[in-house]
Design a protein around this ligand. Sequence first.
Ligand code: DQA
Length: 151
Amino acid sequence: MPAAVKRLLVVNGPNLNLLGTREPEIYGTTTLAEVEAMVREHAARMGCEVTCFQSNSEGALLDFLQREAPGSSGIVLNPAAFTHYSYALYDCLKALRIPVVEVHLSNLHARAERERFRSRSVTAPAAAGVITGLGPKGYLLAMEYLLDRDE
Ligand code: DQA
């Protein structure tokens, strides 16, 4: 029997809908639609399915993850500012028991020199790992990890 096609979720949190115009000196000029197009092309190349989702609302992110994660093989998550304070998102990721890679476009450690709150991720302990500072390519690398992972 052929192996089942794997499905990944690529989830973006608040203000990432503004990519392209939001602080381009930090986040670049690539829009969210362009990032998602790169993600879909990469999924097609790797022979997996992908569902992309973005919300500015913590509740909507939780509802999406609780609904869609069962049956998926992994989650690429940029929690945006929720990274720094959402225990609800942390609890959700722990409850789902599906591998998560946390992705940040910017380098949180470099930014923490000026904005200390960025040095702490409350969600990262629930993730397999974190990619930070590699721009949109971080999402593609996270997808590769989740598809290659043995489990
Ligand atoms: C971000 C970094 C967060 O600190 C910030 O709140 C974001 C985006 C990033 O992708 O670099 O909204 O997650």
